[in-house]
Design a binder for this molecule. Structure first.
Ligand code: AMP
Length: 215
């Protein structure tokens, strides 16, 4: 199944995608993770993207579009994929549609994670990452064990002013994509508020139910 996750930064898309990929046997393709890896490796793309990312701005469309279209051409993505964090602008969505049209394998479902802004700010500013395992904790909602706590780091774009900027970008640039997709595919909105298990149940229900049945 070819699936797109759309939701504000910190709405739990990545966490749910990591759980879902093994269940469905398809890759989780996160534009944010791929860009962070490019920055860490110091590639040309990473050098170009870094300043935008640190400011909470969007990386220019052409750079991200090339990166993702190249990724979905890989063999492991031929039976489906979960796109997380891409597309984030209408231009990206249109470029993806055009590329998939050439293969005859369109996006089958868009999942919209709905979470209020104030909850996003509370969650994101408490998010911490274990640099050794990549595991994501939340100091409030999913606290780490004491022995891990000391080594946790905060993402450089998870401070409150930057989170507010990323949210404003989401409302201005990414939310309008939902209307675009409603015209061409099956869009389901689920609440991203609750425990990981509760959100996962809503997600599975939204993926399993047939087109047109609504959620
Ligand atoms: P994320 O991990 O999805 O929150 O992405 C982290 C940062 O990477 C964003 O704040 C942007 O600067 C950049 N980024 C990720 N995906 C995209 C995209 N589809 N378009 C533009 N910038 C992106």
């Amino acid at each position: 199944m070819r699936i797109v996750f759309i939701g504000p930064p910190g709405s739990g898309k990545g966490t749910q995608a990591k759980r879902l990929k093994d269940r469905l046997g398809i890759p989780h393709i996160s534009s944010g993770d791929m860009l962070r890896e490019a920055v860490a490796r110091g590639t040309e793309l990473g050098k170009k993207a870094e300043a935008y990312m640190n400011q909470g701005a969007l990386v220019p469309d052409d750079l991200v579009i090339d990166l993702i279209l190249e990724r979905i051409r890989q063999p492991d993505a031929q039976s489906g994929f979960i796109l997380d964090g891409f597309p984030r602008t209408l231009a990206q969505a249109e470029a993806l549609t055009a590329a998939l049209e050439r293969t005859g394998l369109p996006i089958e479902r868009v999942i919209h994670f709905n979470v209020p802004d104030e909850e996003i700010i509370a969650r994101s500013t408490a998010r911490r990452i274990d640099p050794e395992t990549g595991r994501i904790y939340n100091l409030v909602f999913d606290p780490p064990p004491p022995e891990v706590r000391r080594r946790l780091v905060q993402r450089s774009d998870d401070d409150e002013p930057t989170v507010r900027k990323r949210l404003a970008k989401y409302h201005a640039e990414t939310e309008p994509i939902l209307d675009y997709y409603a015209g061409i595919t099956d869009v389901r909105t689920i609440s991203g508020v609750g425990t990981l298990e509760q959100v996962q149940q809503r997600l599975l229900a939204a993926l399993n139910s047939n087109a047109g049945s609504g959620v």
